[in-house]
Write a protein that binds this ligand. Sequence first.
Ligand code: FNR
Length: 374
Amino acid sequence: TVSEPDPNERPPLSSLINMDDFEKAFAKSGSQKANAYISGASNDLLTYNANKAFWQKLWFRPRIMRNVSTISTKMTMLGCDVLMPVWICPMGIAKTAGPEGETALGAGAAASGIIHCMSTTASYGVEDILASAPKTYPFFFQLYVDKQRQKTEAMLKKFETMDQIKALFITVDLAVVSKREADERIRTQEPTSVYMSGQKNKVDKKGGGLARTTGSFIDWALSWEDLAWVRKHSTLPIVVKGIQSAADAKLALQMGCQGIVVSNHGGRALDSAPASILVLLELRRDCPEIFDKMEVHIDGGVRRGSDILKAILLGARGVGVGRPFQCSVMYDTEGVESAAAILQDELETAMRLCGVTNLDAVRGDLSYLNTSEL
Ligand code: FNR
């Protein structure tokens, strides 16, 4: 059965000092079902494991004696000024992690100077999530196109009146929800409406798990031509989330997108898809021009401030961090702020030790990197 996380079981927030600690704390005190949903990935977890492992094969070429007393981690992402180039990944049904769900992610992001990209399958409605931050604070919205296109059209129309939403991240790497075995093994009779606003009482009858039950509306007929249809209904910058090859990055540029996210859905889509960082390197090699023509973002296995620095040095403009933030919701807004503060501190430390004083100024500067192990 699905049970609420037990607050008595969780370690004190002050004892969590890195991103992995948040996932470990949630593994200890979150419900089994929520853990299987959040930490889970596809099939044999090959891509999930590779995401993290490959960040660790990228080394710095540090420079010394650069006067690193004053540094800046500021960046502009899709027209939004941020204190550090991080967005909290869109993740479905955040109430599985704690009662404040996405409102904790929204409030925590705003307090930390980063951006929450909210999911189509959020537990809370868009209005509630926007209201968790100051009135003018920016958000991104992650769009899954619905099989019933008129539902998506209505949503896009509504966003035109919501000034806080600054970009649409259209997720394209999950034409069908993949096989998540941990999620499937723990059956539950709880209807998904417990976690998700506006959902009919769908129950995990077929043993498909939370992911497959909440994702069954996603339109698998989506194709590149449909971006023109989205463009017709929205004036927001369009970012294609789930790019896994240089060929598709080029197509996104041709279609007039403002950005892409190199992503494999945190290893939750096609298993054996390449680690995100390998795809970023492929783009550098095969289509370096796209980095000047649109914003390139990346997510998957980013767990350290030094990973953020590596991504920026490779030319990314922003980095998404997923699971640790979802787990931090167990500590409400304070947990989200604390996770962001850890990343900020790690990023600043990595920059100082690498001899980098201004993050924006070194974007795409490969001279600080040693890629020989990749
Ligand atoms: C996701 N992800 C995701 N992506 C998306 O576009 N829409 C969604 O609704 C969800 N839902 C979701 C739920 C949960 C619990 C997780 C963990 C992930 C994928 C997410 O946006 C992102 O690509 C990965 O989570 C990044 O990898 P890391 O940082 O979790 O390793």
